[in-house]
Design a protein around this ligand. Sequence first.
Ligand SMILES: NC(=O)c1ccc[n+]([C@@H]2O[C@H](COP(=O)([O-])OP(=O)(O)OC[C@H]3O[C@@H](n4cnc5c(N)ncnc54)[C@H](OP(=O)(O)O)[C@@H]3O)[C@@H](O)[C@H]2O)c1
Length: 289
Amino acid sequence: MEKKVLITGADGMLAMDFADVLSEKSGYVIVKMNRQKLDITDRNAVCSAMTQVKPDYVIHTAALSDVDYCEENRAHAFQVNGYGTENIAYYAQKVKAKFVYISTCALFGDEIRKYTESDPVVLKTVYAKAKYFGEEKTKEWCDRYFIVRPGWLFGGNINHKRNFVYQRYREALNFPEIYSAADQYGCPTYTRHLSYRIIELMETDSYGVYHISNSGSATRYEYVKKIVRTFGLNNKIHPVDSDFFKRKAPAPLCVMIKNANLSIKGFGLLSDWNTAVEEYIDRLKKELP
Ligand SMILES: NC(=O)c1ccc[n+]([C@@H]2O[C@H](COP(=O)([O-])OP(=O)(O)OC[C@H]3O[C@@H](n4cnc5c(N)ncnc54)[C@H](OP(=O)(O)O)[C@@H]3O)[C@@H](O)[C@H]2O)c1
C-alpha cells in the first residue's frame, strides 16, 4: 500500500527538491503543503490538515530561514520556527506519523572543529534558539522522530531566495571583484543528496538526531571560489574577515558538522561537496535565462 508523505513549506528550496527526489520512487503519495495551504502557526489548520491527510510521514521543512531577519524579529522567529514546529510535531504524533524535522547546523559556537550530534549546543542567534526550541518540542511530543541538521544548503531553482549558488553566479556577472569570508567554516550540502539520505533514513526505525552534509568542509571563501570557477568565470575573489559584512545576527564562525550518527548506524556518507556543487551547477545551467 502507498504511504502518504506530507511536506510543510513545500515551495521552499529543500522541500521542492525533496518532493522531486521522492517522486522518483514508487510507493509514495506526496502531499505538498506550502504556506498558503498550511500556515504552521495556525494550530487549528495544522490539526485539520493532519487529521484529513493522515500522513504516514511528515517532512517538516517550513521555517523562517533568514537568520538576520530572525535576529530582529524574535517573536516571529519563535512563532514559526519554535511554536510552529511544536504544532506540527504534536499533530504528527496524534496521527501516528513518523516525523522528520529539518533543523540546522548553526547550533554551535566559534571553535573551529567539526561538531557531532552529542556536542553541547551554543545558541548564539535567535534563529538557533528558535530552531533548537523546535528540536526540544519534537523530542517532547514525538516517539518516532528524525531530527536532521543539514550543512549549508544549496539547490532548488533560480526563484528560490536562499539559492546561494545562483546568487553568487549573479554577483559574479555583475561585479568583477567579489569579497567572501575566509573565517567562516561550514559543510556545503546539496539538497538532492540530502533528500536521498533522508528518504533512506525515514524508511528505518533508526530514530534520533542526525548531522547530514556532503563530505569535506570549506570556508565561505573557498565555497564561493568553487562556485564562480565552476561557472567558468574569472572574477577576482578576495578573502576577508566576517566583520567586512554588516550582519544583524552574531552568526557562529564555525558550523562544520561531523556525520557521526550516519556512520555509527551504518548509513553511507554523502559524496564530496566539490563534486556536488559541479553536479548542481550542471543542472542549474539548463535553467538559466
Ligand atoms: N538554507 C540553508 O542553508 C539551511 C541550512 C541548514 C538548515 N536549514 C533549514 O532547512 C529547512 C529548509 O530550508 P530552505 O533553505 O529550503 O528554506 P526556504 O527556501 O526559505 O523554505 C522555507 C519555506 O517555509 C515557508 N514558510 C515560512 N513561514 C511559514 C509558515 N508560517 N507556514 C508554512 N510555511 C512557512 C516559506 O514560505 P514563504 O517563502 O512563502 O514565506 C518557504 O517556502 C529550514 O527548516 C531551514 O531552517 C537551511
